[in-house]
Ligand binder design. Structure first.
Ligand SMILES: Cc1cc2nc3c(=O)[nH]c(=O)nc-3n(C[C@H](O)[C@H](O)[C@H](O)COP(=O)(O)O)c2cc1C
Length: 189
């Protein structure tokens, strides 16, 4: 049972840090919603607890990139079914195509994962079912030279979180809290 807002804050931090670290975590693949009333699943790559910032990876050609650059409002939704905890994060998105953080994220990846950025961009129309990958890389890992053109299609999405709506489902009575970086309040579920 959560009795204090500090416990809620700690719960959120623990959940998001685990979500970024552990691919089996229920919040490893939250839903990311944009201002155009669209939403999609993305892999959470990092959570910076001090800056309240999330990091995701994306192809620069994906439609969400233009949407976020036009209107930076972003929401991130995660649900842990076993713990019965929902997190609704609201904040501001920023696409970064270049710079040290992007280079580090690219460096931490491997050529198998990077090859997703080699082919057709997300949403490209095709007459036949397609992975969008160049045929020679279907199920095959490009080498370091072959992967070079993929880099320009890779970007990171940073979401600076302004507010987190935390909801805990319980037979004994649900609990809900609204937190900002500096404060927070309990609210009726
Ligand atoms: C489990 C899962 C994980 C995904 N991870 C990502 C991701 O990390 N980054 C990403 O851009 N798209 C990811 N996608 C694909 C998106 O959900 C989406 O289909 C794609 O990014 C195009 O979205 P957009 O047209 O809104 O840009 C993932 C899809 C699934 C099912």
């Amino acid at each position: 049972m959560y009795e204090t807002l500090d416990e809620v804050r700690a719960d959120i931090a623990a959940r998001l840090e685990e979500a970024a670290r552990d691919r089996r975590s229920p919040m490893h693949t939250p839903v990311v919603a944009t201002a155009d009333a669209d939403a999609r699943v993305m892999v959470l790559r990092a959570f910076d607890c001090d800056r309240w910032t999330l990091r995701f990876h994306t192809d620069v050609r994906a439609s969400k990139v233009a949407v976020i650059e036009a209107d930076r409002r972003v929401a991130v939704l995660g649900y842990d079914r076993r713990a019965k905890v929902q997190l609704r994060l609201r904040g501001t998105g920023r696409i970064q195509r270049a710079g040290p953080a992007v280079d580090t994220a690219w460096a931490e990846s491997n050529n198998f994962a990077r090859r997703c950025y080699l082919g057709e961009g997300p949403g490209a129309v095709s007459d036949v079912p397609t992975s969008g990958l160049p045929p020679q890389f279907e199920g095959a890992e490009p080498d370091d030279e072959q992967i070079v053109p993929a880099r320009e299609n890779f970007a990171i999405l940073l979401v600076e979180v302004a507010e987190i709506d935390w909801f805990s489902l319980a037979h004994t009575g649900h609990r809900r809290a609204l937190l900002t970086r500096d404060g927070g309040t309990w609210i009726s579920p």
